[in-house]
Write a protein that binds this ligand. Structure first.
Ligand SMILES: Nc1nc2c(c(=O)[nH]1)N[C@H]1C(S)=C(S)[C@@H](COP(=O)(O)O)O[C@H]1N2
Ligand SMILES: [Mo]
Length: 554
């Protein structure tokens, strides 16, 4: 490399020739580009965060709304006059242009006077945080995407600018002025043999890769959030009909007055969720239908409107997961609104020899349910649309799922159900059967201690409420017994329930005696079966054993 030549720029404002000004312009351009890539990183990470947090917290949406709210009436009128119904698109384009300009400026600034470029991003992020958190209905976590976004932007901006400067420095070294890369650096063409070439390559590769990643992630996340919000709006617009056959009122005595006990009815927000879906399926009820086919005389297809026009029934039932450990919380009790599956099967008329219904979710999950259970007039097997007085939450199967009292979820409770194939256990398997779980899964007789917590200390002589829930849906629980240390089994007080299909609360009021005690619980079913003490793991068809806690009284 020579000490003078086309790339040896001597002054910043030298405009005597194209070759002399090009490096300065190019440096500005590249620093500006880095700023824009950092802004893309901000948007990508913020949008991804917003998606993970459930679609709220998007800075793009929040800042746009804030601008609309804050804009003076004249500006709004002007926008509408200029762009008509495209005013919102125009606003986003305007915001985009503004953001590109500011981000590019921040890049240039960061190259000249670090960390002021990063500071511009921090201020932008703070404004975004303000816009997000002051939106009506915003929650505690909605500001997180903005914060993470700023972190990402700065984490992109600073190292890329450093790389750019390193490139400039190497390029400038042969000119004999290595000390001030921001001032006199020249950017060579990057021909082979050029010492600045690896630095140039590294800078360009990092910048391009970051930009591409940000665009892909950001676009994907934004589209995902938009789809989720559309789905949520569709669900909010659903009006379920009143039940033709309402459930009996919950007796006042179903909930015992004991702190720490599980409520008789599980609120939707607290209901356990188990499924194989990485992304909750989003189904517009208008597009939903259920097809009953296979070994049937008549194939039946029913749409959402047709389903809602049928006389719906309400039924309370406790649903539990086969994976629940003894003492575990993969169980909940809810009021379901739906239509009896037996009546739909009656229309299809299953053929002789069939003994299983393979229900299929829109995401491919399947469950194999005994046909006779679904046809039994004494079992309220439902095609459910409502849960505790509202449409099924998305994660619990919106718009339609199955609920079969007495069977574990994996063999019966298909969410987002779109298909029922009448078949035989000999010919088909549900999702979990080839994965080591039993073909059939009746719920086992179980009981759980909710309170006191394991390892609690109590005072000798105190009355201690030992309480929890016990269940064997469809069969029902008729007694619960508690054993403290070496004492005999004692009958607990049982709460009311609406039917054998739900769990029951129980409480045993124990007067604390000195020492460490192990407390055990067992249930007795309405058919006289006593809950087994034999400890089995959840696989292949449900855990067994007695729940236990230790209490120490001093
Ligand atoms: N589509 C679909 N439905 C499904 C599952 C699933 O993975 N996918 N899991 C089942 C299992 S194992 C259980 S225990 C219940 C849980 O229902 P919940 O999430 O509403 O509590 O859903 C059942 N229905
Ligand atoms: Mo489950």
């Amino acid at each position: 490399m020579t000490t003078s030549g086309p790339n040896d720029t001597r002054t910043l404002d030298d405009s005597s020739g194209l070759d002399d000004t090009r490096p300065l312009r190019r440096r500005r351009l590249l620093a500006g580009l880095v700023g824009i890539v950092a802004a893309l990183a901000f948007l990508a990470v913020a949008e991804l965060g917003a998606l993970v947090l459930g679609g709220a917290g998007s800075p793009l949406v929040a800042v746009g709304s804030a601008v609309i709210d804050l804009a003076p009436a004249g500006a709004k009128d002007l926008m509408v006059a200029l762009f008509g119904t495209g005013d919102k698109v125009a606003l986003f384009v305007l915001m985009g242009v503004l953001m590109v300009v500011i981000a590019a400026g921040a890049g240039v600034l960061e190259r000249r006077r670090p960390p002021f470029g990063a500071l511009v991003f921090a201020v932008g992020g703070a404004l975004s945080l303000l816009a997000v958190t002051t939106r009506s209905g915003s929650g505690m976590w909605d500001g997180l995407p903005s914060v993470l976004g700023v972190g990402a932007a700065i984490a992109v901006l600073r190292p890329l600018i450093t790389r750019l400067r390193r490139w400039e420095l190497v390029a400038a070294t042969p000119t004999g002025r290595p000390g001030d890369p921001t001032h006199q650096a020249a950017i060579p063409t990057g021909r082979p043999g050029d010492p600045a070439r690896p630095e140039r390559r590294a800078f360009l590769v990092w910048t391009a890769t970051t930009a591409a990643l940000a665009v892909v992630v950001g676009t994907g996340a934004r589209l995902g959030s938009a789809a989720m919000q559309r789905a949520a709006a569709v669900r909010r617009a659903v009006r379920l009909p009143a039940a033709a056959t309402p459930a009996p009122a919950v007796p006042a005595g179903a909930d015992l007055d004991v702190t720490g006990i599980t409520p008789y009815v599980t609120p939707n927000a607290d209901f356990y969720r188990i499924d194989t879906a990485l992304r909750v399926p989003s189904i517009d009820p208008a597009d939903w239908s259920l097809r009953i086919h296979g070994a049937v005389a008549h194939e039946v297809t029913i749409t959402w409107d047709e389903l809602l026009a049928l006389p719906l029934e309400e039924h309370m039932a406790t649903l539990s997961c086969v994976s629940n450990e003894v003492g575990g919380d993969l169980i909940g009790n809810a009021l379901w609104l739906g239509y009896p599956i037996r009546d739909l099967l009656a229309r299809a008329q299953p053929k002789a020899g069939a003994d299983m219904v393979l229900s299929r979710s829109i995401d491919g999950f399947t469950a194999g349910t005994p046909l006779d259970v679904l046809q039994d007039t004494g079992t309220q097997a439902m095609l459910a649309v409502g849960m505790n007085g509202e449409p099924l939450p998305a994660e619990h199967g919106f718009p339609v799922r199955m609920v079969v009292p007495g069977l574990f979820g994996y063999v019966s409770a298909t969410k987002w159900v779109t298909e029922m194939e009448v078949t035989r256990f000999a010919d088909a398997q549900g999702y979990w059967t080839p994965r080591g779980w039993s073909e059939r899964g009746p719920v086992k007789l179980e009981s759980r201690i909710d309170t006191p917590a394991n390892g609690s200390s109590v005072t000798v002589g105190d009355r201690v409420a030992i309480a929890g829930v016990a269940w064997q849906p469809h069969t029902g629980v008729k007694a619960v017994q508690v054993k403290v240390g070496g004492e005999d089994w004692q009958d607990a007080e049982l709460a009311d329930s609406v039917s054998a299909d739900t769990w029951r609360q129980w409480v045993y009021r124990w007067t604390a005696t000195s020492g460490d005690h192990e407390v055990r619980v067992r249930a007795v079913s309405t058919d006289g079966q006593v809950q087994t003490s034999v400890e089995r793991p959840p696989a292949p068809n449900g855990a067994t054993g007695w729940d236990a806690i230790t209490l120490s009284a001093r």
